[in-house]
Ligand binder design. Structure first.
Ligand code: APR
Length: 274
């Protein structure tokens, strides 16, 4: 309809700069639970007893049992047409950056170019070292990280898990291995934040495409308004009508797996940019 036609013509603006903000709704069609909608993780668990360094410090086994389930689900899931459409659009637009809040690895598995996406909340296939909370309540770690680690940890799926059963950091031998995802209260990677901030500062016609996020968690929740403030436009794709909340110029209501390929179609005709 008219909405799609006007979006498609804006997509063809010369030198358009695109920032995509990605949330759990992008992976819903791949069968992965979101956080706050029906069946969402935070409907079944209290985030503060699971997704914080304090929670891990208090009961690492309980937290690992939650992340072990999510790791298995994510590694068994398949990218859906929206992951592929975003990956193909990224290959065809010179100035394209995705800020993904998702840790499920599906954008990577859809072939999304690594230099055109930032995984701002980490990845479930990453493990890192947790030495505990220092006096300032900051997590200490030796800096060890393991990427692409997808096999199960030797932790039972239920029952109390004694601390000694949690695998130790192979580097410092004192820290515990933890999921390589950002928890509430933890800071995001500085250089990732700087890269997105730099992207926002550069002038020129721009578009913020918000896909499948409830806009509850910062800094990702602020990007659409930042683009709008600098004269850019905002498009929202969500199963609910979230357009008004984001001050969107276009609000596409539906399953991302169906809507995203449709709205990005004009970009697919372009050659890949090297
Ligand atoms: N297609 C499009 N959007 C969908 C679909 C779908 N099939 N299914 C659900 N949605 C939308 C919901 O309407 C909601 O707006 O996706 C959004 C999911 O919101 P949340 O569950 O809050 O997930 P998200 O916004 O990604 O959470 C952000 O919160 O817990 C932290 O770190 C975690 O990265 C996560 C962050």
């Amino acid at each position: 309809p008219a909405l799609l036609t006007s979006f498609h013509s804006y997509l063809l603006t010369p030198n358009l700069r695109i920032l995509v903000v990605i949330g759990a709704g992008l992976s819903a069609a791949s069968g992965l639970a979101t956080f706050r909608g029906a069946g969402g993780h935070w409907r079944n668990f209290d985030a503060m007893t699971i997704a914080t360094p304090e929670a891990f410090n208090a009961d690492p086994g309980f937290v690992w049992q939650f992340y072990q389930m999510r790791r298995r689900a994510a590694f068994a899931a398949k990218p859906n047409p929206a992951h592929y459409a975003l990956a193909e659009a990224a290959k065809r637009c010179r100035d394209f950056l995705a800020a993904s809040q998702n840790v499920d690895g599906l954008s990577r598995r859809a072939g999304h170019p690594e230099d055109k996406i930032e995984y701002i909340h980490g990845n479930l296939s990453t493990l890192s070292c947790f030495q505990g909370m220092d006096y300032g309540g900051f997590v200490e770690s030796c800096g060890w990280k393991a990427e692409d680690q997808t096999q199960d940890l030797p932790i039972p799926d239920e029952g109390v898990v004694p601390r000694e059963m949690i695998p130790k950091c192979p580097n410092c031998k004192t820290g515990l291995q933890r999921p390589g995802v950002v928890w509430f209260g933890e800071s995001l990677d500085e250089k990732v934040m700087d890269r997105i901030q730099d992207w926002l500062e550069v002038q020129g016609p721009s578009l913020c495409l918000v896909v499948g996020t409830s806009g509850r968690v910062y800094p990702a929740a602020a990007y659409a308004k930042a683009v709008k403030k600098r004269g850019g436009k905002v498009a929202v794709v969500d199963i609910e009508d979230r357009g008004a909340e984001e001050g969107a110029d276009w609000s596409f209501v539906g399953d991302a797996a169906v809507v995203v390929p449709e709205i990005l179609k004009p970009l697919m005709e372009r050659p890949e940019v090297v």
